[in-house]
Structures are given as structure tokens and as C-alpha cells.
Design a protein around this ligand. Structure first.
Ligand code: ADP
Ligand code: MG
Length: 731
């Protein structure tokens, strides 16, 4: 029963498609294969495109050799098997003439294209034995016309749904089901407060569903799309804003003994943070200070920090993260840094240890009363005995900082007092893993839950709107300034043999000048092991060929730590002049004298990865070069390489990447599925993301439990799993 204000989304979600008269049990099964179970799933299965029937060509006007779309009705179907090969001949007609379609080895066409079906046919007109025909045209079955009732059911604009030959569903059938569903649902409840609807100039919900599925004119679906996109984004933003508030409500935080004033640089540095900053071989940039100011304020406050740290490659995020960890350590707490892969964790260990070199904390148990800040490693590769020692030291509190992978989430890992968690995200961790690590530091004292502070870092920027979707439950800090005195990196896409020769020439010249070069091996997808083998071969090939006579070192993820350390040390002090490496150098490797990078088979890398790799050069005032070798194998590859060649601005590249690849890669498969975004495209709908955020903040700001917005509350709940729903809405 529709309520007085119309049927709600939650009601549609509870009705199975099999309730519809037009959906037979067999079709219900086919729909289920496409993930369409409820009436709600059905009406949110949107047309992929529309065809304006009036724009189709007339059969009579087609000339041999023309490629065209015609709209015609099947008048005759004939199937035979000349020489044992299936052939289906279908005769179609519009009001101007006859046309023959021919299909070989597709016997099912005889069933699909029965007499009376209306088709959109797209193909090339050829002549065969004097007869005009199209062989293997693309066919969209848009209508099956029942005799007599034909014209009244025809639409001028025909929606084309994501039909599936495999599931045995045509676009026309889906359209028919949707039509019945909308007719029977009648008026739909509109949970968006009318004031917002007017302000954003949005259609009503009933009207929007009607116009997107059954447009009168080709322009109708656009405003409808805006409304439905907004709804998807609003549901998501409401969930994120509510999640934020719920986490704040749910927990108290350690009030860390740290203050932004510690960044001011007294002549007598006292605290650990002050000594760290004073000991750096450089001044913090303004952006780093601002970021740390926000972080310290959060950390000193009564609520757990939930902050995203974004900055371009080389903007100095590591320093910021380390200072945040020290802010916890100086109050007697611990810090954990979690990286998505073993290799990245190892790199962070190197980077963090070198930044902490010489830094001590008070230790009354020792002579002199101090000991170095201790850094441990916890990955699945750490041998059992060493692992046991690290776990014990975390439990007793002897270990100040631990760096690791998912291994940190293992059950036996307990902290004496985990004060801050830094997650190097690279879009690879989900909300649950963030929560998992935070739970490690959760303590319950006299009835209150105390959560550690959380800082999430991304290796390269992600677009603002994507960040609002993926990290919308976090506060955002931008490090939007590079350290001074960096010379820009000149990027050259070397497509041919001549340009490639110029790249190797540049390597030789720079090495002669006392600088260093990286060669990045082709990306091998299979495994670390295969990547390592190909790096070994590439190293041999180059040392004999293009780089003969130079000191060429090798670095890959499968090498023992000591060997990695040795070759990196050699590269740092110049004994190794060229480093042939896999993407292990992607993060953390920091050799300012490196001035050239050659990336082999650059087409195989993504934009973010190329940008991150390129960040290994241009780390001093010396001019630097990055050569991208190889041609592109697709238009997408072409656009990627051209973008990386054109700009070194990571924020700009992030936007290009989003436009080229869509949100899937940024959100990750799982998040794309669960985000409820069927229609919204982050690249295209930036403005709607921002508006949805604004509306969500405003609504939750006035009504934190959505008590006055029961219909909105219902919709938000629909997209959540039951556990999260309880978490967000327990009062
Ligand atoms: P990110 O992780 O943001 O890509 P890093 O933290 O690796 O960048 O820093 C890049 C390089 O810049 C490192 O060599 C680091 O020591 C150096 N660096 C960081 N902050 C500054 C600064 N304020 N001035 C000069 N160099 C800096
Ligand atoms: Mg870094």
C-alpha cells in the first residue's frame, strides 16, 4: 500500500520482480543473473542510451556501401544449413522498403528475431547476387509488437537497456518490466525536502523515473538523470557524514601532549617533536607546518583524529607522518604505520629510520637516561623469532613505532598504548581495515572507549570529488606546496628508436657529470617473483648493451634485505651509477643526485604509478629528466602517456586519470559495488558530489539522527550492511 506521500524506496526494495505480471519465472531467473532481484533493482537499471526513432534512415534511401541505422519490423525468418553451416536469413521492412539480414553460425537468431519484432539495425549495406543485404549487423530488439495493438505502444524515443544475450534478456523486455513496475508503483515518495529540491532545481522523484525510462523527447532524460544522480550521491554522503559523527560519539581519544607551538622552533628544543624538527636538514615548508598544526590540534583534542593527508609526490608527507608519530611517542604512547605491501613497508622502514637517526627518548633504566626511538617491522616475511620479539616489545611498550602490512592486524598483536595509526593508503585499504587497526588501540577505561588517532595518507593525490566519496568520513589536509629549490623534471615520451637512443645518451651524460639514473623495468603483473626474474634479465641486457661500461646495480623486491640495503647504499654514495629496478623504488627511495629516469614499456603503468615513479628524480636543484619508452597500445594509453608528458602536477593528473578510467580504479571494485553509485560518474558529476555533500552536512547538522527525516533515514539504511547500520544509528 503506498502511503499518503507515495511509495518509498524501502518498499520497492522489499518487492520481488517476480510479482510483476510481465516477469515470468524464467525471466525472473534471468534478471537474477544480472543482479536484479527487487523492483528497486529493476527501476534503477537505467538505459545505456536512447534512440530517436525519427532519426533512423529509411531503407529505400540506403545505397550500397552505406553504414546506417534503420528501424524496421521483421517480416520473415528463414533458417537453413547450407553445407552444414547454420544460416539465418531475416527479412525486415520499414514503410519504404525491404532489407535482408544474414547471420551465419548464430542459429538462436531465428528465435530472437521473430516475425513482428521491431529492430534497430546497424550495419553496412552490401549487395549479394543482386540483393541488398546486411551481413551480421548489430541488432537491438526494441519492441515486440502484438498484432493490432502495434502503434499505440510505440515510443518516439527508445531506451536501450544493458540487455544480455547470455541471460536471455532483451532491451525491450527490460523496458516492459520497468514500465509495469513504474505503473504499479504509482507515485513515489520524495524524501528530499522541498526547499532543497527547489534550490537545486531538481525534478520530483516520480517524474525523474518516468523521464529516464520513458522519455518523450531525446532531451528529457538529462534533468531526470541529474535528480537520480543527486539521490545516489546524497545517500552516500549522508552515510559518510553520519559515520563521522557516530565515530566521534562512540569514542574518546588520548589527549596527546603536543601543541602546534612546538613547530615554532625555540632555541632550546625540548620535546621530541621539537628536537625532530630542529634536527631536520631543512626547514619545514609552510604547507607542512599547516598540516602538522591541524594534526597536533586534533591529537591534543578530546575526539579521535580522523584525517586524510594528501599531497603531491615529493611534497614531504613522510616527514609530516613521522612528526605525528613522534607526537604520540613523546607522551609515552606508540605509533603504527601500515602500508599496503611488504615492499612499501620495507621502504618506509628505511625512510623512517633515517629520519629518526640520532633521536632519543628518556629511559630511566639506562645509563645516561636515554635510548634511541625504536622502530620495529611487522610483515608476513619477518621470521617467527624476530616477529615474536617485536610482538612482545609492542605489548610491553618498549617499541615506540611499528611499521608493517596487514600483518599488524593479526590477532596476537597487542599494543601497550597505541596512540596514533598512520595508514599509507594508496586506495588499497577499505573502511573495515582502517577500523581494524584502530580497534587495536582501543581501550575501555571506566566505561569510555578510547580510540587512537588516525591519519590516512595517499601516495599520489586523488581528485577532490573522489576523495569526498572514498574518504568522505575523514577531515582533509592538503600539503599543497613542494619544498623550495626543486628544478622541474622534463618528461619526454620516447616513442621511436631515435628518441630511445637519446634517452640512453642522456643517462651516460648525467652519469659522467656525477649524477645517477634509474631504469624502471617493464611492469610484470604475475608476481613479485616473475618481476624479479625479468629485472635480472633486463639488468644483464642493459649492462652489456645500452649501458655498457657504467656501474649498473639491480634492485627488486625478492632480494634479501641486506642485499637491497647494499645496492641502495652504493647508489646513494655513487658507486652504483645506474639502478635497474622494479617498481620497488616507487615509494620512499630518496637519492637527490638522481637526475634521470628511464621507464621501459611505460604504457603498462597507470598514471598515478608513473607520476609516483617520476617523483624519484627532481629531488634537488639539479635539472632532471624522465623518459617514457615505447608506444601506446590503446587510445587510453596514448592519453595517459601524453598527460604524464604534459604536466607534473599530481592533482591535475589525478583528474585526468579519473576522466580516463572512471571511478572503479579509485574506489576499488568492492567500494564501487557497495557505494550504490549506478548512475553517478565521479568524473562527470563533480558538481553534484559537492552539492550532495553540502546538503548532507546541512541536514545532519540540524538533525543529527535524521529523526525528522524518516524517509531519508530509511534510504540511507538500505545501502548499509546491518552491522554498520546499528553502529550509525544506535542512540
Ligand atoms: P612524499 O612522501 O610526499 O612524496 P617525501 O616525504 O618522500 O615526499 O619527501 C620528499 C623529499 O623531500 C625527501 O627527500 C625529504 O627529505 C625532502 N623534504 C621533505 N620536506 C622538506 C622540506 N621542507 N624542505 C626540503 N626538503 C624536504
Ligand atoms: Mg613518500
Amino acid at each position: 500500500m503506498p502511503g499518503s506521500s507515495g511509495r518509498t524506496l524501502a518498499q520497492l526494495e522489499r518487492i520481488s520482480v517476480s510479482v510483476l505480471d510481465s516477469v515470468s519465472p524464467r525471466k525472473a531467473k534471468a534478471l537474477a543473473e544480472l543482479g536484479i532481484h527487487s523492483v528497486w533493482d529493476l527501476v534503477t537499471t537505467y538505459p545505456r542510451r536512447y534512440i530517436d526513432r525519427t532519426r533512423a534512415a529509411d531503407v529505400a534511401d540506403l545505397a550500397v556501401g552505406d553504414e546506417a541505422v534503420v528501424f524496421a519490423e521483421v517480416t520473415r525468418v528463414r533458417a537453413d544449413r547450407p553445407r552444414g553451416r547454420s544460416r539465418v536469413e531475416v527479412e525486415v521492412a520499414d514503410s519504404t522498403g525491404l532489407l535482408r539480414l544474414v547471420f551465419f553460425n548464430q542459429p538462436w537468431r531465428a528465435e530472437q528475431l521473430s516475425v513482428g519484432s521491431q529492430l534497430l539495425v546497424w550495419g553496412k549495406l552490401t549487395q549479394y547476387r543482386g540483393r541488398r543485404q546486411m551481413a551480421h549487423p548489430v541488432v537491438d530488439l526494441v519492441a515486440r509488437v502484438e498484432r493490432g495493438a502495434a502503434e499505440s505502444r510505440m515510443l518516439q524515443v527508445i531506451p536501450v537497456y544493458p540487455a544480455s544475450a547470455k541471460a536471455g534478456l532483451t532491451s525491450w523486455e527490460i523496458g516492459t518490466f520497468v514500465k509495469e513496475a513504474l505503473e504499479r508503483a504509482g507515485r513515489l515518495a520524495d524524501p528530499l525536502p522541498a526547499a532543497w529540491r527547489r534550490r537545486l532545481r531538481l525534478l520530483g522523484r516520480t517524474q525523474a523515473f518516468e523521464a529516464i525510462h520513458r522519455p518523450q523527447r531525446l532531451a528529457d532524460p538529462w534533468p531526470a538523470r541529474d535528480r537520480l544522480v543527486f539521490d545516489e550521491l546524497l545517500r552516500l554522503q549522508l552515510a559518510l557524514v553520519l559515520r563521522r559523527r557516530a565515530t566521534e560519539r562512540a569514542a574518546a581519544a588520548i589527549r596527546h601532549r603536543v601543541s602546534p607551538a612546538e613547530l615554532e622552533g625555540r632555541c632550546q628544543p625540548e620535546t621530541l617533536v621539537e628536537r625532530f624538527v630542529a634536527g631536520l636538514p631543512f626547514e619545514l615548508t609552510g604547507a607542512q607546518r599547516r598540516a602538522l598544526g591541524q594534526i597536533f590540534t586534533d591529537m591534543a583534542g578530546p575526539l579521535p583524529m580522523h584525517r586524510l593527508l594528501q599531497g603531491d609526490v615529493g611534497s614531504g608527507k613522510t616527514v609530516v607522518a613521522v612528526a605525528a608519530m613522534l607526537a604520540a611517542v613523546q607522551g609515552g604512547h606508540q605509533a603504527a604505520l601500515m602500508a599496503p605491501t611488504e615492499v612499501l613497508a620495507d621502504q618506509h622502514v628505511l625512510g623512517v629510520r633515517s629520519l629518526l637517526d640520532g633521536l632519543v627518548v628518556p629511559d630511566p633504566g639506562r645509563l645516561g637516561g636515554t635510548r634511541p626511538v625504536s622502530v620495529g617491522v611487522l610483515t608476513h616475511r619477518v621470521p617467527a623469532a624476530a616477529r615474536a620479539r617485536t610482538v612482545a616489545a609492542l605489548g610491553s611498550g618498549e617499541l615506540d613505532i611499528v611499521i608493517g602490512t596487514h600483518a599488524l592486524l593479526t590477532e596476537d598483536v597487542d599494543f601497550a598504548s597505541l596512540g596514533v595509526v598512520v595508514i599509507d593508503e594508496q586506495h588499497r585499504f577499505g573502511v573495515e581495515q582502517r577500523a581494524g587497526l584502530r580497534a587495536k588501540g582501543r581501550v575501555e577505561a571506566s566505561g569510555t572507549v578510547v580510540d587512537p588517532d588516525l591519519l590516512v595518507m595517499t601516495a599520489t593525490p586523488i581528485p577532490r570529488t573522489a576523495a569526498m566519496v572514498v574518504f568522505g568520513d575523514l577531515d582533509m589536509t592538503l600539503v599543497d606546496e613542494l619544498p623550495p629549490g626543486r628544478a622541474p623534471v622534463t618528461t619526454v615520451w620516447a616513442r621511436g628508436a631515435l628518441e630511445e637512443a637519446a634517452a640512453w645518451e642522456r643517462v651516460r651524460r648525467e652519469v659522467e657529470a656525477g649524477h645517477r639514473a634509474y631504469v624502471i623495468c617493464p611492469l610484470v603483473e604475475e608476481s613479485e617473483r616473475v618481476a624479479a626474474r625479468s629485472a635480472v634479465e633486463e639488468h644483464r641486457r642493459l649492462a652489456r648493451g645500452a649501458l655498457a661500461g657504467l656501474e649498473v646495480g639491480l634492485l627488486h623486491g625478492q632480494m634479501p634485505t641486506a642485499a637491497k640495503q647494499a645496492v641502495m647504499d652504493g647508489f646513494r654514495d655513487g658507486r652504483v651509477q645506474v639502478l635497474v629496478a622494479t617498481t620497488v623504488v616507487e615509494v620512499g627511495v630518496d637519492v637527490p643526485e638522481a637526475t634521470v629516469m628511464v621507464v621501459e614499456d611505460a604504457d603498462r603503468f597507470g598514471i598515478a604509478q608513473l607520476h609516483q615513479l617520476r617523483g624519484r628524480v627532481g629531488r634537488s636543484s639539479l635539472p632532471s629528466w624522465c623518459y617514457l619508452l615505447g608506444t601506446a597500445s590503446s587510445p587510453g594509453g596514448e592519453a595517459r602517456l601524453a598527460a604524464v608528458e604534459r604536466t607534473t602536477d599530481g592533482f591535475e593528473l589525478a583528474e585526468v586519470d579519473l576522466s580516463l578510467r572512471g571511478e572503479g580504479t579509485i574506489l576499488g571494485e568492492r567500494q564501487t559495488g557497495s557505494s550504490g553509485l549506478k548512475l553517478a560518474k565521479l568524473a562527470r558529476d563533480r558538481a553534484w558530489v559537492e552539492r550532495a555533500r553540502e546538503v548532507a552536512e546541512a541536514i545532519v547538522g540540524e538533525d543529527p539522527e535524521l529523526a525528522a527525516h524518516p524517509e531519508l533515514l530509511d534510504e540511507v539504511r538500505l545501502g548499509l550492511d546491518p552491522e554498520e547500520s546499528t553502529f550509525l544509528f544506535k542512540s
